[in-house]
Design a binder for this molecule. Structure first.
Ligand SMILES: [Zn+2]
Length: 402
């Protein structure tokens, strides 16, 4: 047993590298050649929360991570745009209203407004076709299962509107699925209706997305789904212990069913030091807010005022993740689950801190260089960038009989 333990210890201490992968230097020409040979698919981008209120994706948007000129320079092949529905829309019963507005911003303000550059895509084949026509495929993914207002009829409507994945929860649990952000866990994972939702998504050909869900919901969804499932924007909990990240056991089980983990670029998901610093800032802000809320107890907007003031008084952490951290997460998934299980789900414009070296959609070639230097082959990179996602989409379409 001791020998085995030592082997395990050695395996964890060695730099994450599969046999045959050797660090090397690469030329600019090689980076360019490999980068343009891949169909780069990012499965999560939140710029839609800005375009819905008027931001022009075709302009220069230096205050944001995303705009069309930089997407082109970054060599992007396809973007799943988040149809993000904040939990606040559940109150007052506006979730479906918001979902339709968010779908419309992708169809109208992005694909519709720039038809020479974007093509609305509904299938894996559409993504390949867009790529051949030198356009960026635009796809729709709902973030937050409360969008369906507990109705399979709405789910079907959203599919007809072009939605091709749905994240079962956001940071809030809904009536049928628990979130990793909710300590209460009211459904103990997926409820019986939640399992019906998953089966209906399978029947339609909509990818089941488990980013944001609780661990129990993940296991229930994986067991229930008749098609591969994915994490549209999550990273590895073994490297940074954020509850939104996946354990090795989850990653391996997902991969065994043909799933893909799309690595998230949020600094705290990538780097444990940033996570720790962020948690400390959050705790200090909460303490100050509670103190101020007492002071403003007689004012109608007292709590909002206290929250805002606490936020302003205590700055965000200075620590940042780097491109190197992204490579570490990719290496880790390759080590434990194989190169077929890795993809990219940046969360650009959905997170406040992105890694040094991957600051916007323009900088994807930096990742190509880093992966080539790490010893990945062009074929590995094409899988990580797009072929794994295309394989998964095709499997989901086939399981639906399409
Ligand atoms: Zn998210």
């Amino acid at each position: 047993m001791k020998a085995i333990a030592l082997v395990f210890l050695a395996a964890t201490l060695l730099p994450a590298q599969t046999p045959g992968r050797k660090k090397r230097t690469v030329t600019d020409a090689e980076v360019q050649r490999v980068h343009s040979s891949a169909i780069l698919i990012d499965t999560h981008n939140d710029v839609t929360s800005q375009t819905v209120t008027g931001l022009d994706i075709g302009g220069q948007n230096p205050g944001h991570h995303t705009d069309l000129p930089r997407m082109k320079r970054g060599g992007m092949g396809a973007q799943f745009f988040a149809v993000y529905v904040a939990a606040s829309y559940v109150e007052g019963n506006h979730a479906a209203h918001r979902t339709l507005e968010m779908i419309d911003t992708v169809r109208h303000d992005i694909a519709g407004k720039y038809p020479a550059d974007f093509m609305l895509a509904l299938t894996a084949e559409d993504i390949r076709r867009a790529h051949q026509q030198h356009k960026i495929a635009a796809l729709l993914g709902i973030e937050g299962g409360h969008a369906i207002e507990d109705s399979l009829r709405l789910l079907r409507r959203y599919y007809d509107e072009g939605v091709r994945y749905m994240t079962l929860t956001h940071s809030n649990s809904n009536h049928w699925a628990d979130s990793s952000g909710d300590p209460a866990q009211p459904n103990n994972g997926l409820s019986a209706f939640g399992k019906d939702v998953v089966r209906e998504m399978n029947r339609l050909g909509m990818i089941v997305d488990i980013s944001h869900v609780s661990d129990k919901t993940f296991w229930d969804a994986l067991e229930t789904s008749g098609a591969p499932i994915f994490a549209s924007h999550s990273s590895c909990r073994a490297l940074s212990p954020a509850p939104r990240n996946m354990t090795d056991e989850m990653i391996q089980a997902l991969a065994r069913k043909g799933g893909v983990v799309q690595v998230n670029f949020s600094c705290d998901f990538l780097n444990p030091e940033v996570l720790k610093a962020g948690n400390e800032v959050a705790a200090r802000r909460r303490a100050l807010r509670d103190q101020l809320a007492q002071k403003y107890a007689n004012q109608p907007d007292g709590l909002t005022r206290a929250t805002n003031e606490a936020q302003e008084a205590i700055p965000p952490p200075r620590e940042r993740a780097t491109l190197r951290d992204v490579v570490k997460h990719i290496n880790h998934i390759v080590e434990i689950a194989g190169v077929d299980a890795v993809g990219l789900g940046s969360d650009f414009d959905g997170v406040s801190c992105v890694p040094e070296g991957l600051e916007s959609v323009e900088q994807w070639p930096n990742l190509t260089r880093a992966l080539l230097e790490e010893g990945y082959t062009a074929s590995d990179i094409r899988k990580i960038y797009g072929e794994n996602s295309l394989r998964l989409m095709t499997a989901v379409e086939r399981a639906a009989g399409r």
